[in-house]
Ligand binder design. Structure first.
Ligand SMILES: Cc1cc2nc3c(=O)[nH]c(=O)nc-3n(C[C@H](O)[C@H](O)[C@H](O)COP(=O)(O)OP(=O)(O)OC[C@H]3O[C@@H](n4cnc5c(N)ncnc54)[C@H](O)[C@@H]3O)c2cc1C
Length: 371
């Protein structure tokens, strides 16, 4: 099948949906393609695993229930500056394309699913993960960045009797945050009983696996070993840009990020844009930055069509809130680092779910609406 659209949007994450909704509202002919049939507020997935009853399936919503314009569920396999080919052989021809294909964590499917592309399957994946976690007595979290710190804290709050170890290769947690935030996060996790091991690089001890001794992890620099019932590897985020390799390899940098200019234009092309986690626009990869970029890109596309001047993108002031459990966390605001509950609650309340769907002109599904 061949389809024609004015603006093709590849990826319905924070950036792609923000662009899609704004353009569709203004009557632009858009087609959104995503391999999933649902949008998911990633911020909520860790709580979803540790306490599924708290938010249920409210972080997820079927695209067809709220996205303006056309939606096609499918995986883009290759593209050039005129057309994109899907895994089922369908081709979508476009005038302009927005690449918003984001990122994934190959070793941590609970963060962004690598296989459950339908709503019901994803809900079940989260429930299954919760059941495995609940059954474990000991947990090893590898990686002390934002995801690892938050996960260790969430597990400690939900299951205070589990033995939890958080191992990090650096000499402070939350590498990209300020020293006060790093210190406070360490204090808060330690107070919850999490054993934090810094300057440790743990890998699966293959030898022990061969001897059928179970999942034993060995530290490459200290040689110590840890055996845990459940291991979460919270490192190794990769951009979803493999589909550009065949015909557009030159647009990728050595990390696989799409090279763009300050107008989010893919370098060397006038009708292709890229933003969010898959582009080299911002060093920090955050959902809220991705939505700011998405809104701005939609405005630029609309202004360009009217022959109006377009402003370059400038990173807005960055605020990062990292909970370390249900009752603590660190908030790094442009004006300082804080641990005050009312700031942490900006994220904790419902993990941005209502705000995000409001921004998309919609609302979350009711807790009991879908299985
Ligand atoms: C556990 C966790 C907690 C987080 N918490 C926060 C937070 O509190 N605040 C914050 O700002 N950020 C947070 N982040 C980061 C945030 O989730 C990302 O920065 C954000 O998801 C990036 O949005 P995006 O639109 O660029 O891409 P994504 O959200 O990754 O969306 C990309 C979309 O493209 C689709 N796709 C990919 N490849 C293809 C293809 N070939 N064909 C078709 N479709 C494709 C995917 O299915 C996906 O729907 C968190 C991340 C994680 C993992």
């Amino acid at each position: 099948m061949q389809k024609q659209t004015d603006v093709l949007i590849i990826g319905g994450g924070f950036s792609g949906i923000t662009t899609a909704q704004k353009l569709a509202k203004k009557g632009v002919n858009i087609t959104l393609v995503d391999r999933k049939d649902y949008f998911e507020v990633t911020f909520a997935v860790l709580r979803n695993v540790t306490a599924p009853e708290a938010l249920g399936n409210q972080s997820r919503k079927l695209y067809r229930d709220f996205v303006g314009g056309d939606f096609v569920q499918g995986t883009i396999e290759s593209m050039n500056n005129k057309e994109a080919k899907l895994a089922n052989g369908d081709v979508i021809c476009f005038k302009q394309a927005v690449i918003a294909s984001g990122s994934r964590y190959p070793s941590l499917p609970l963060a962004k699913s690598n296989s459950q592309f339908d709503y019901v399957g994803r809900n079940q994946e989260m429930l299954d993960e919760h059941a495995s976690l609940a059954a474990a007595n000991s947990v090893l979290v590898i990686g002390g960045g934002g995801v690892g710190v938050e996960l260790a804290g969430e597990i400690a709050s939900a299951f205070p009797n589990k033995e939890i170890t958080l191992a990090h290769s650096g000499d402070a947690l939350l590498d990209s945050m300020k020293p006060k935030a790093q210190r406070k996060a360490l204090e808060q996790l330690t107070a919850k009983g999490v054993k934090v091991k810094l300057n440790r690089r743990f890998t699966l001890n293959i030898k022990s696996e061969q001897k059928n001794e179970g999942g034993q992890y060995r530290c490459l620099n200290t040689n110590e070993t840890i055996k845990a019932d459940r291991v979460y590897t919270c490192v190794g985020m990769v951009p979803n840009t493999e589909f550009l390799r065949a015909q557009m390899l030159d647009v990728l940098d050595d990390k696989g990020l799409i090279k763009v200019d300050s107008f989010m234009k893919v370098k060397g092309f006038d009708n292709l844009y890229a933003l969010g986690d898959c582009a080299d626009l911002d060093d920090h990869k955050h959902g809220y930055l991705a939505s700011v970029q998405g809104g701005m890109l939609a405005d630029s596309i609309l202004r360009k069509a009217q022959g109006k001047k377009i402003k370059p993108y400038k990173t807005p002031p960055v605020a990062i809130i990292t909970p370390t459990g249900t009752d603590s966390g660190v908030a790094q605001m442009p004006f300082g680092v804080f641990t005050a509950k009312f700031l942490i609650n900006l994220k904790q309340k419902d993990f941005g779910i209502s705000n995000m769907y409001k921004m998309f002109g919609s609302e979350p599904d009711k807790l009991t609406e879908r299985a």
